[in-house]
Design a protein around this ligand. Sequence first.
Ligand SMILES: Nc1ncnc2c1ncn2[C@@H]1O[C@H](COP(=O)(O)OP(=O)(O)O)[C@@H](O)[C@H]1O
Ligand SMILES: [Mg+2]
Length: 253
Amino acid sequence: MALLSVKNVSASFGGFLALDDVSLDLHKGELLGLIGTNGAGKSTLFSVITGYIPKRNGSITFANERIDELPVHIRVRRGLARTFQVPREFSQLSVFDNMMAAAPDLHGERLLSLLLTPRKVAREEKLVAERANELLDFLNLQRVSKEPAGKLSGGQKKLLELGRLLMLEPSCILLDEPFAGVNPVLIEELAERIKNLNQQGMTVLIIEHNLEELARIVPRMYVMDQGRVIAEGTPESVLSEERVREAYMGGVV
Ligand SMILES: Nc1ncnc2c1ncn2[C@@H]1O[C@H](COP(=O)(O)OP(=O)(O)O)[C@@H](O)[C@H]1O
Ligand SMILES: [Mg+2]
């Protein structure tokens, strides 16, 4: 039984069909990959799954419930969260404050709760700060926690993006090109952290355009091309398909 199930989903921008009858199953506890060349529709699929872009046809089910008509924040509350291809940190804020700002429900009702139960709010804020610090330790960002996020390297920004995502306490994370623009040393670290999370039970879907990189970490992957899923299986089986080689590498390899 799939945790996340995308069935026959289409989506378009004006007259352009960016997703054409896409189906994908992500199982609970799985570490799944999604590859495809630039413009294949990978990020659009993430946006449709998480509610940033409406679908035209098809259905999306998460934990046995239809989610495709729900707003983004409700999908997040159900445990489904994504990163963006370009990290969206608040560059003026410190790394720690970026983590705090990502926590759900801490800000909206704060004023009212401060008036009513200041001690409860203080306690909650302390718990959130503890969680932020645990995650900063886990991501090896504690050293830079007081730095403005804008000063981080590209790779550290990706780690922070992952940290901010984890502040939402999701059960399923969708990572959009987490390794793009990250130096090789940090790629190793990031890949390790993602594997650790998965071993702790997190369900993970990773978009990557670097086929070799992805093949090293995931046991199963989907391949997209021109808005369609063209293959699915183990990295070896997928890579041996003529259709994938043609679409992905122009038949060169
Ligand atoms: N907001 C948008 N408006 C119009 N076209 C878009 C938009 N976002 C993506 N596209 C187009 O949809 C296609 C798929 O894009 P995208 O999902 O970003 O591909 P990928 O992530 O696989 O590189 C591309 O042709 C892209 O130009
Ligand atoms: Mg993309």
